[in-house]
Design a protein around this ligand. Structure first.
Ligand code: ZN
Length: 225
């Protein structure tokens, strides 16, 4: 029997929970063991640098850019070369939430080729809804680590990302992706996460309309970049 040592690991959590720190910690261990690493991040994330994944604390790791919607084996091989793909022991994706619904299939294909695949990303949007391909990746993963931050309001473990505009909680129906935009973010617990009270109190009919519109809106927001 041929042993396939490939596996899928997902590091999920809210903002400021240390996901990228944990990803880089794992990659550094692979580098010490002289394993070849390929790290990809979505082109949408231009917060700090276009060629490196940098944590909030300034540690960095060289990364290749990959456009959401182009997560295929062919694209990866074009980006880094077939030899580098073959050699890689670990293939990692940071900001996995910004990638498209193609990412889970690509991860599965990489695992089948014997790769250790690590995806780090937000599991929830600022409005508290499952984010992009992350729910599928969490279900497929061999190992899941859901990290917590600290709630800035009450000090409890935080699992939610609060978007603020001009220091006030942002509307829950704003665009899902707002990288480097108007808003700022802070980590909050489920209790302190402000979401429902911002919505106008809809009557039952409009609440149903909102609910049925939600998937289409999320799709539009994750593809508009
Ligand atoms: Zn709290």
């Amino acid at each position: 029997m041929v042993m396939n040592k490939g596996q899928l690991e997902v590091i999920a959590g809210c903002m400021f929970s240390g996901k990228t720190e944990e990803l880089i910690r794992r990659l550094e261990r692979v580098r010490i063991a002289r394993g070849a690493i390929l790290l990809f991040k979505p082109t949408i994330d231009d917060r700090y640098s276009t060629t490196a994944v940098m944590t909030h604390y300034g540690r960095e790791f060289a990364a290749h850019l990959l456009a959401p919607g182009e997560e295929t084996m062919e694209t990866l091989e074009q980006a880094v070369g077939a030899a580098a793909m073959e050699e890689a022991a670990v293939v990692a994706f940071d900001e996995g939430n910004f990638f498209s619904a193609l990412l889970p299939d690509l991860c599965e294909a990489l695992v089948e080729r014997g790769k250790r695949v690590i995806v780090a990303g937000l599991d929830l949007t600022f409005a508290g809804e499952p984010f992009g391909p992350m729910p599928t990746l969490l279900a497929l993963a061999d190992r899941v680590d859901k990290l917590e931050a600290v709630c800035v309001k009450c000090g409890a473990p935080a699992t939610r990302s609060q978007r603020l505009v001009d220091g006030r909680p942002a509307r829950a129906d704003g665009p899902v992706i707002q990288v480097g935009g108007l808003g700022s973010y802070e980590a909050r617990c489920r209790t302190c996460h402000e979401r429902e009270r911002l919505r106008a109190r809809p009557n039952k009919a409009s609440r149903l309309r909102t609910r049925s519109r939600r998937p289409a809106r999320r799709l539009a927001a994750t593809t508009c970049g």
